[in-house]
Write a protein that binds this ligand. Structure first.
Ligand code: FAD
Length: 371
């Protein structure tokens, strides 16, 4: 295909994968990210599925997959903290931060823009127009919506069905330096640990440090505690100390002391002692709402949705990043081999829409038995 003017909304992994592949292919690409300060050092770990490893090879970043921490086995704990079951199932948690920074470093810096909030997208036969929060506008041959769970671009493709569906529970999350995990919880280290009983689901694992550190003592412990929250209580759950209510989560630092104390009390009563200690060692937990979304269409006339903008699957699948990678590789292929943009987009959608649906369904199935 001839060189296209491509504008990507969202500068996280889906946007960066697309930026890399499409700049490599010679297109005129710019990436617009809403965050003011960037996304560096804000992630934890992820599982290296095959599509992720494949795209890393294509963009020359395969070394990133080696920056990870291996959990040698899975253990399932009883409430008293004894191991009920151990399964020999080694699994590596790759560093999200190192992945992000490496993939971002391959993008021409003058083409990645922070603090650019896209508030609307107008689709057209011969291109689409972006509208930014400051009122400025820009046209493109193709707009890629890589703007995640709260996607604005989604609305231009699916005006009648663009809302996420709440799944009935949230994930409380903590990410603490390995050294701050009390020795009484040392059983958790180097293992993928679970505590699962009806209505309660907690898990934890080591991830590299924020700069990719893998040495003993400089890694981080990541815990997740899934808890049911009624839809009517969701807004209160996502309201911070300054009375600001977030749509999908409560970022770190937003909890009052009373809420933190209540969390510790609940953890001591409901979780095995090792997990209760890990929860207590995190001064600023965050809360992530568990949502799902399936885009009825992934393409408009001059717009395409990728990653979480198109399909949001529950986190139990651990497939968010590899799904984004798969979307980008398919899109790049069709743009490379077709001469007509509309044909390329149709073929992309035909290939990826069923994959997205299957991953969302898989997440629903895992979630149903998870809590
Ligand atoms: C900071 C961060 C840390 C993460 N850490 C992990 C992790 O440790 N492990 C893991 O498995 N997954 C993590 N994820 C999620 C994972 O990266 C995604 O599920 C998956 O890669 C799909 O990514 P995405 O780019 O489609 O969506 P997202 O990662 O959600 O990115 C969407 C991006 O679009 C931007 N954006 C949204 N709206 C607009 C707008 N209107 N205008 C401009 N920009 C906009 C957002 O600021 C965000 O950067 C993290 C995501 C983020 C943003």
């Amino acid at each position: 295909m001839k060189q296209l003017r491509i504008r990507i909304v969202g500068g996280s992994l889906a946007g960066l994968f697309a930026g890399n592949m499409l700049q490599q292919a010679g297109h005129d690409v710019r990436i617009y990210e809403r965050s003011r300060d960037g996304l560096a050092c804000r992630g934890a770990g992820l599982v290296g599925q095959s599509d992720l490893l494949h795209i890393l090879r294509l963009i020359g970043c395969e070394h990133v997959a080696r920056v990870g921490v291996v959990a040698k086995e899975r253990i399932y704990l009883n409430q008293d903290g004894n191991i009920a079951q151990a399964v020999n199932m080694p699994q590596t948690q790759i560093s999200w931060d190192v992945l992000f920074e490496t993939v971002a470093s391959r993008i021409a810096p003058e083409t990645y823009f922070l603090d650019r909030d896209v508030v609307d997208v107008l689709d057209g036969e011969n291109g689409a127009e972006l509208v930014f929060g400051d009122g400025t506008r820009e046209t493109a041959d193709l707009v890629i919506g890589a703007d995640g769970l709260g996607s604005v671009v989604r609305g231009a493709v699916n005006p009648k069905d663009n809302q996420n569906r709440y799944s009935g529970y949230v994930a409380w999350r903590g990410l603490i330096p390995e050294a701050s995990l009390p020795t009484a919880a040392a059983l958790l280290l180097d293992r993928f640990a679970f505590y699962v009983r009806p209505g309660v689901h907690a898990l934890g694992y080591l991830v590299p440090g924020s700069k990719g550190e893998m040495d003993i003592g400089s890694r981080r412990y990541n815990w997740v505690w899934y808890r049911k929250v009624l839809p009517s209580e969701l807004a209160g759950t996502f309201t911070n100390l300054d009375h600001r209510t977030y749509a999908f989560s409560l970022p770190r630092g937003g909890l009052s002391n009373e809420r933190l104390q209540a969390l510790h009390t609940d953890a001591a009563q409901m979780l095995p002692p090792q997990f209760a200690l890990a929860v207590e060692a995190e001064p600023s937990p965050s809360i992530q709402g568990i949502f799902a979304y399936e885009a009825p269409r992934m393409i408009g006339r001059s717009i395409v949705l990728i990653g979480d903008a198109a399909f949001v699957a529950r986190p139990h699948t651990a497939m968010g990043v590899s799904k984004a990678a798969g979307d980008v590789m398919a899109l790049s292929n069709y743009l490379a081999f077709e001469t007509d943009l509309r044909t390329a987009l149709r073929q992309f959608e035909a290939e990826r829409i069923s994959v997205g649906r299957e991953i969302v369904a898989y997440g629903r199935q895992l979630g149903a038995s998870a809590i």
